[in-house]
Structures are given as structure tokens and as C-alpha cells.
Design a protein around this ligand. Structure first.
Ligand code: DMJ
Length: 666
């Protein structure tokens, strides 16, 4: 074979008849069979192999395509069956859960493995509906199969998550973390859009799971309910409860206790009581009344109470009422010196000083700023803020101070301090110092004059007013009268440890905290050294050790207790900032003693005349509004371990314990 050319082709030789197409066409089967066979025989072996191979190949292709057609057919048949089943199930599911079920997804491929997912399209996540597209979380493609268990779990989680978000979206406000459904909301729908443009009343992080309430907090709730029962039964809508005579007293005739207690109810979670009180505010609280009110008292209790309740609840009713009373109080500032008068007639729009003098009290004219400044911020009306800022600027440059300590009176005509030479941190001056620090905190720690005045005043306290008692060497804050030190300390001064601690927490001198620690011990001793375990209104400290004498002496005229809050207030701050449980224990003792000596069985608590007589503390038949507004609120907060329950980096309490937002929270 070498050298001979290789033929790589098949030649088929046709006979002459076939080639010419002549000789007629014999169509008989036998002839055709014979002819084919003859032709097959004439083919070479290779040719026959190729042809056989071609036939075999075609046969295999035929079988494959038949199988595939069968599958297609089967699939078409199944699909139409599925369609029928889904159509039948839809009405039943629609009835079961109309809000969530989407339109039927006929072509959804999920049925096989995870039928429960295939029937229900995930509810739209709010992320899909809101926000710039690059931040949107895309909904899964409808034809995506869930191949793995991991995929399934994720899908289930997404569904649950989306459902949660949707539910949260539907709810309006949080009741200290618990969700309130829209129909329970106190927010009138029309005001909601307006609210969004305002500073958010409840930050999202405030809506986290509430820390469970403990036994002591429950005891506070029980005490509040008992007090509220008395107020509701005998004094509803009036200023103060007289629990023994089962009646009430009026001061301004503005439901003072009810307004003072609103935010306490909110904080304690007393929803029913709050709703009932809200109704009274909505329907019965009218400021258009021919009545004289004290500017300071109505600002801290009414304006402050309404503003804080507005912030906590988000209910614009309270802001409207706050605006109303704020406007009605403004005539007080129309004085020659711009130092406001003490009294305003909120119906007539006239103001005047007390009948016997043209002086105002320094603490009063300098402790209305947190409230009016906040009112300006909320309303956008600067007049409120301007009026109170003017007072502070004026007092800042005024002569007559003693190392930052202020006298107790200021004249509304001349604008000068009067009755010079007497310095106290008690009545008539106390909250001047408190509001220097708190305004500085409220405004984001930028107003340096306020800080300067505060720091200087604390130095003045250290220099002139601190002494130590005998025998226990308790550090206390006395008074200075024309150069003479008096060992007299009002219970009111017990706000000071809390204020000092708040300042230290906000970065002020560390020795302020040390002083706070020693002073709160003293305030506690003002309770502990007394027979009933309750502090009198005023104590005198012994400067010299005498046999059989304690540190604390009480004069007959001073041995009453008005259910005041200051010590409990400071205990709250001290516990928040140190975590030392002894402060909670001290507060617990005080609550028990209030229950022992001031609780009236038919409802309410009463101030008493004699803290030194446990067998007859001489009930006075009056429950001050600040017992509910302040004392029980601070008790509840003191016993809480939840620092977000009125977070002190977000809120600043006014002097009546109404929390107002810090404008630039830490
Ligand atoms: C409250 O009205 C306020 O705390 C005010 O600052 C002082 N007096 C009472 C409570 O004692």
C-alpha cells in the first residue's frame, strides 16, 4: 500500500438504468426490496458501516428528544393542576389574613420544598418604601428558589423582621417602652405632621424594652395610687387635696395637683390615670380666668408640667395649653426694670407685686428660665426667651453679691437687690443656683456667664456657708446675716447635693462631687436623727458637742414636714452617678416613714406638724402638689436601675421635677 494514493471518500456506483432514470419505474414491493438489497450488497463494508452508524445516531437522537417532549408535556399538565389548587386556596387564606396576603403568585416556584413561604409574599419592608434607592433593601426576586436551609431560615427571619417593623410602624407612641396601638394614642391625627417638624418627643432608643419594675418601685406606684385615690375622690380638678377633711383647697383654681402629677403618671406607667387626667386637661382646664397666680409657682408647676408631659407623650394638647398659660404669664415682665412682678392675673392680663412691697424674690425671678426658654424653642416665638434671658443678664452684672451669693430680694422698679447682707441657699434664693447650672446644661453648655456665676457661687458657699456639726461632724450649709454665721439649714437646701453631682457629671470640678457626698449624708441625717425618721422644715446644727445632744436641733416652729422632695431628689442624682445602693436604702427608709406617719387611710398623704412625735405627728390636712409632682417621682427614679428612664444626658429637670429636653444632648 505504500506509494499508492489513499482514498478517503466513499464512491457509490449506480447502474445505467438508475443513472439515466430510464427503464420505467417498477413500484412493486418485491422489486423495491430486491433492488435495495442488491444495492446494499453492492456497497463496500465501510460504506455499510457508515450508513449503519448514521441510522444508529439518528435513532438515539429520536429517543432523547422523545423523553424531553414527555417531560415538557408532563410539566404542562402538572402546572395546570397547580393552578387549579392555588385558585381554590386563595379565598380561604384571604379571609384568614387579609392585611398581609398578597395577590396570588401563580408562577411562584417555591411550593415544592417550602409551601408556607410560597403562598405568602413577604410584607413590604419600610426600607423598600423609604429612603434613597442605594440604601433600599431590595425585595427578593419572585422566582428565586430557596435552595438551602440557610436560605429558608433567612427568609423566615426577614418575614418576621418585616412583620415586626410593620407592626412598630403602625403604633404611635411608646408608653415607657410599651407600644400603644394607634387607637389608644393620645395624639390627634391632624397634629401628627406638625409634630414631625418639632424635636422628637421620644427618641427611638427610648422605645427599647423597659427594664422590669422592682419591688420598691411597685411600692412607689402603690403610694402614688393611694394619693391619687384621695385626690380623685375628694379634690378632683382642684389645686390640693385636704385628705382628712376629705375636701380640697384652692390656690390658683387650676387643678394644680393634677397638672403637677401628669408626667409622674407617665413615668410610673399609670396609663388609665393619665388618660383620665388628660381628659380633664382637654375639657376642663381653662386659663381664661380672673385669678391672680404667682408667676414662679405657676411657671414651674403648670408651664413646666405641661411642657414635660408634651415631651414625654408627644401629645400636642399639652403644648397648646403650655402656650396658652405662657402667653398669659407674660404681663408679669412689664415692669420698669424688666424684673417681673410676682403675681399675674391670667384672665385680665395685669400683673403686680405683692401688696406690701414692690420687691420680687430672687429665686422666683431667676427660676422660670428653663420653662420659658423651652417654650420659645417649641413655638419659635422668641419673646418668652428674651424676657427671661434679660433677667439673667441683669442679675449677672448686678452688684450686691457676696462671692457669687445673692441676696433674697430684688426690686421691680429699680432692678436692684434689696435687704442686702443676708445669704442663704434656702428659701427665696435656692433655685437661683440650681437654674444657673441647669440653664447652662439645657443650652448645650455654651452660655459661659451662667457657668461663671454658678462656679463663683459654689466657691461662695464653700467660703461663707459651710460648717461642720457636732458630734458627728456633718458638713452643712448655714446662712450668713450681716457677717454673722447661722447654723440654720432649711430642708430646701437639700437640693444642693443633687445639683453639685449633676455639675460634676457634666464635667465641673471633681471636688463638687465630694461636697455632694458629704452634704447628702447630712440631709439623710436630718431624717435619721428625728423621732419619726422624717425631716423637719428647718434644722439648726450643733456647732459644739453637748452631752446627750445630736447634731440636729429642731425649734418648735420648724418641726413640720410638708412632704418635700429635696432630699429624695438628691438621693436620686447620687444613686444615678455613683451606683451606691446606700442611697436607695436611705430613700426606702424615707418612703416607709412617709407611709407610717403621713398616709391617710381614706386616700392621700398629709403634711404633718410635728416630726418629733411619732405617736401624734399632728396631721395638717394638706397634700402639696409637689408630693406627686416631685417626691414620688424622684422616689420611683431613685429605685430604678434604668439610666434611660429620664436619661440625665438628655433631660434636665426643672425645679418642680419636670424633665425638659437638653437642646444639644451629650
Ligand atoms: C417645689 O415647688 C419646688 O421644688 C421649689 O423649687 C421649692 N419648693 C417646692 C418643693 O419643696
Amino acid at each position: 500500500a505504500a506509494g499508492s494514493p489513499r482514498r478517503d471518500f466513499i464512491s457509490v456506483t449506480l447502474g445505467p438504468e438508475e443513472a439515466a432514470g430510464v427503464g420505467g419505474y417498477n413500484n412493486s414491493k418485491a422489486w423495491r426490496r430486491r433492488s435495495c438489497w442488491r444495492k446494499w450488497k453492492q456497497l463496500s463494508r465501510l460504506q455499510r458501516s457508515v450508513i449503519l452508524f448514521l441510522f444508529a445516531f439518528l435513532a438515539v437522537c429520536g429517543v432523547i428528544s422523545y423523553t424531553s417532549m414527555g417531560e415538557t408535556w408532563k410539566s404542562i399538565t402538572n402546572k395546570s393542576l397547580d393552578d387549579q389548587r392555588t385558585e381554590q386556596e386563595i379565598p380561604r387564606l384571604k379571609l384568614a389574613n387579609p392585611a398581609v396576603l398578597p395577590a396570588p403568585q401563580k408562577a411562584d416556584a417555591n411550593h415544592g420544598d417550602y409551601p408556607e413561604l410560597s403562598l405568602q409574599k413577604p410584607p413590604k419592608s419600610p426600607h423598600v418604601r423609604r429612603g434613597p434607592s442605594n440604601l433600599q433593601i431590595k425585595a427578593p426576586r419572585r422566582d428565586t428558589r430557596l435552595k438551602t436551609r440557610h436560605d429558608t431560615m433567612r427568609a423566615v427571619e426577614e418575614l418576621v423582621e418585616a412583620d415586626k417593623v410593620e407592626k412598630t410602624e403602625k403604633s404611635i407612641i411608646s408608653w415607657r417602652g410599651a407600644v400603644i396601638e394607634p387607637d389608644q394614642s393620645t395624639e390627634p391625627p391632624s397634629s401628627k405632621i406638625m409634630e414631625l417638624e418639632k424635636p422628637s418627643p421620644v427618641e427611638p432608643e427610648d422605645q427599647k424594652e423597659p427594664v422590669p419594675i422592682n419591688e420598691r418601685q411597685l411600692a412607689v406606684i402603690e403610694a402614688f395610687r393611694h394619693a391619687w385615690k384621695g385626690y380623685k375622690d375628694f379634690a378632683w380638678g382642684h389645686d390640693e387635696l385636704k385628705p382628712l377633711s376629705k375636701s380640697y383647697s384652692e390656690w390658683f383654681g387650676l387643678g394644680l395637683t393634677l397638672i403637677d402629677a401628669l408626667d409622674t403618671m407617665w413615668i410610673l406607667g399609670l396609663k388609665e390615670e393619665f388618660e383620665e387626667a388628660r381628659k380633664w386637661v382637654a375639657n376642663d382646664l381653662v386659663f381664661d380666668k380672673n385669678v391672680d397666680v404667682n408667676l414662679f409657682e405657676s411657671t414651674i408647676r403648670i408651664l413646666g408640667g405641661l411642657l414635660s408631659t408634651y415631651h414625654l407623650s408627644g401629645d400636642s394638647l399639652f403644648l397648646e395649653k403650655a402656650k396658652d398659660i405662657g402667653n398669659r404669664l407674660m404681663p408679669a415682665f412689664k415692669t420698669p426694670s424688666k424684673i417681673p412682678y410676682s403675681d399675674v392675673n391670667i384672665g385680665r392680663g395685669t400683673a403686680h407685686p405683692p401688696r406690701w412691697t414692690s420687691d420680687s424674690t430672687v429665686a422666683e425671678v431667676t427660676s422660670i428660665q428653663l420653662e420659658f426658654r423651652e417654650l420659645s424653642r417649641l413655638t419659635g416665638d422668641e419673646k418668652f426667651r428674651k424676657a427671661v434671658d434679660e433677667v439673667m443678664k441683669h442679675v449677672h452684672i448686678l452688684s450686691g453679691k457676696n462671692d457669687g451669693l445673692v441676696p433674697m430680694f430684688i426690686n421691680t422698679n429699680s432692678g436692684q437687690f434689696t435687704h442686702l447682707g443676708v445669704y442663704t441657699l434656702g428659701a427665696r434664693a435656692d433655685s437661683y443656683y440650681e437654674y444657673l447650672l441647669k440653664q447652662w446644661i439645657q443650652g448645650g453648655k455654651k452660655e459661659n456667664e451662667l457657668l461663671e456665676d454658678y462656679m463663683r457661687a459654689i466657691e461662695g458657699v464653700k467660703k461663707h456657708l459651710l460648717q461642720r456639726s457636732e458630734p458627728k461632724k456633718l458638713t452643712f450649709v448655714g446662712e450668713l446675716a450681716h457677717g454673722h454665721f447661722s447654723a440654720k439649714m432649711d430642708h430646701l437646701v437639700c437640693f444642693l447635693p443633687g445639683t453639685l453631682a449633676l455639675g460634676a457629671h457634666n464635667g465641673l470640678a471633681a471636688d463638687h462631687m465630694k461636697l455632694a457626698e458629704t452634704l447628702i449624708e447630712t440631709c439623710y441625717q436630718m431624717y435619721a436623727q428625728v423621732e419619726t425618721g422624717l425631716s423637719p422644715e428647718i434644722v439648726h446644727f450643733n456647732l459644739h458637742a453637748q452631752k446627750g445632744h445630736k447634731d440636729v436641733e429642731i425649734k418648735p416652729a420648724d418641726r413640720h414636714n410638708l412632704l418635700r422632695p429635696e432630699t429624695v431628689e438628691s438621693l436620686f442624682y447620687m444613686y444615678r452617678f455613683t451606683g451606691d445602693k446606700k442611697y436607695q436604702d436611705w430613700g426606702w427608709e424615707i418612703l416607709q416613714n412617709f407611709n407610717r406617719y403621713t398616709r391617710v387611710p381614706t386616700g392621700g398623704y398629709t403634711s404633718i406638724n410635728n416630726v418629733q412625735n411619732p405617736s401624734n405627728p399632728e396631721p395638717r390636712d394638706k397634700m402639696e402638689s409637689f408630693f406627686l409632682g416631685e417626691t414620688l417621682k424622684y422616689m420611683f427614679l431613685l429605685f430604678s436601675d434604668d439610666i434611660d428612664l429620664i436619661n440625665l444626658d438628655k433631660y434636665v429637670f426643672n425645679t418642680e421635677a419636670h424633665p425638659l429636653p437638653i437642646w444639644v444632648p451629650a
